[in-house]
Design a protein around this ligand. Structure first.
Ligand SMILES: *Cc1c(COP(=O)(O)O)cnc(C)c1O
Length: 398
């Protein structure tokens, strides 16, 4: 049996007619950049994520970049973030000349650990007038950038409290978390439960890279915000910093979204909740089968979910992870390691001067995690085959 990590052809074949009609409509209009399709998609994403404003951009990376630009993050500034995420989270901070200020993750969820953030803010920062200064580096701490990794919300309740206390805006990296929600016990700032990823901090950032739960036919992204002034600033930065053609208030970039991508994404958005439910059902099935196989001493399944986990990835911790991965590959099961090296150990961040064990939870996660196929079209037989293959691996080692 073959079990790919993701099967985009299966998704496409189920909605081919709708997609092709949408593409044809754009072809007939010959309106390719921004315009009515993009505006319609922005309205739909604002509504879907529970935010007032949405600004379509060229990728998830550019969403993060333009969000940080809108907060005037630059040289001399530091942004608190996680070392265990896709590269773009910290890469965009560094591209603006600012410093990624890593705090360790929480073991079970892989998300930024609020107590690590509290320790840093309490023990290593000092107020200097309006600035919050990192006493080790002299840099100004300017924002918090949590990631809702694998489709599960970070502890926004705790992070919002620090944000308020220290006057720091939060930029949510919701690239893997469109439609994820806080749940019971994750009450953001006294707001009702069910608040969605992206709508809680100052700015939320989505990616529509093809492997995300809502995937484009190429690159695409979105910023959302409840702050009208920030949204306006992002809109301007998206088109080279000018509201009026050829008049520029400031230097922005080309961060525009294409109409073709918006048209495809509008079609897919109508199917997203159904796909999410299938991913959640697949996750439940994996959990049951892992338990029934008696391999819990070797494999840790994701903890019971709080709120709405959208399972962009289903990530286990596994003993002898690399050998397991090879074993599964030999049996036709594709897996992936998100992520094999924590960001503080990346060559490009050597200048930050971290030791490998500065963030032990992130380091451990990089050595133990394995993403199993979780895409919506996965069959029950495939899930059974994956778990049986994992069980076979541990049996073979006894
Ligand atoms: C995918 C992703 C991004 C970047 O999105 P692109 O659209 O690929 O630029 C940023 N952060 C995280 C956590 C991601 O998973």
């Amino acid at each position: 049996m073959q079990v790919p990590l993701i099967d985009l052809k299966a998704q496409y074949s189920a909605i081919r007619d709708e997609i092709e009609a949408a593409i044809r409509e754009v072809s007939e209009s010959q309106y390719f950049v921004l315009g009515p399709k993009v505006e319609e998609f922005e309205r739909r994403i604002a509504e879907y994520s529970g935010a007032r404003h949405a600004i379509g951009v060229s990728s998830g990376t550019d969403a993060l970049l333009v969000a940080l630009m809108a907060l005037d993050i630059g040289p001399g500034d530091e942004v608190i973030t996680t070392p265990y995420t896709f590269f773009a989270t910290a890469g965009t901070i560094a591209r603006l000349g600012a410093r990624p200020l890593f705090c360790d993750i929480d073991g079970p969820t892989f998300n930024l650990d609020p107590s690590a953030v509290a320790d840093f803010l309490g023990a290593e920062c000092e107020r200097d007038g309006a600035d919050l200064v990192n006493t080790r580096t002299g840099g100004r701490v300017r924002a918090i950038l949590p990631v809702h990794l694998f489709g599960q919300m970070a502890d926004m309740d705790a992070l919002l409290e620090f944000a308020r206390e220290y006057g720091l805006p939060i930029v949510e990296d919701a690239a893997q978390a469109i439609g994820a929600e806080l749940g019971q016990g994750q009450r953001a700032g006294g707001l009702r439960d069910g608040r969605r990823a992206g709508s809680i901090g100052a700015i939320g950032c989505f990616s529509f890279f093809p492997t995300k739960n809502l995937g484009a036919f190429g690159d695409a992204g979105m910023c959302v915000s409840n702050d009208a002034a920030l949204a306006e600033r992002i809109r301007k930065l998206r088109v080279h910093g000018g509201h009026t053609k050829y008049l520029h208030d400031e230097v922005g970039g080309n961060f525009r979204l294409d109409a073709l991508q918006a048209a495809v994404l509008l079609v897919k958005l109508d199917h997203l909740d159904r796909w999410t439910e299938s991913r959640q059902a697949n996750a439940v099935r994996y959990g049951q089968l892992i338990q029934a196989a008696g391999i819990e001493e070797f494999v840790t399944a994701p903890p019971a979910r709080q709120g709405r986990h959208i399972f962009n990835q289903y990530v286990i911790r596994a003993q002898h992870r690399d050998d397991l991965r090879t074993w599964l590959a030999e049996r036709g099961v594709s897996t992936e390691i998100y992520y094999p090296l924590a960001l503080h150990e990346q060559a490009c961040f050597a200048n930050l001067g971290h030791a490998a064990d500065d963030f032990p939870n992130a380091r451990r996660a990089a050595a133990e995690t394995l993403a199993l196929p979780i895409y919506p079209e996965l069959t029950a037989a495939q899930i059974e085959y994956v778990v049986a293959s994992i069980a076979g691996f541990y049996r073979s080692r006894r």
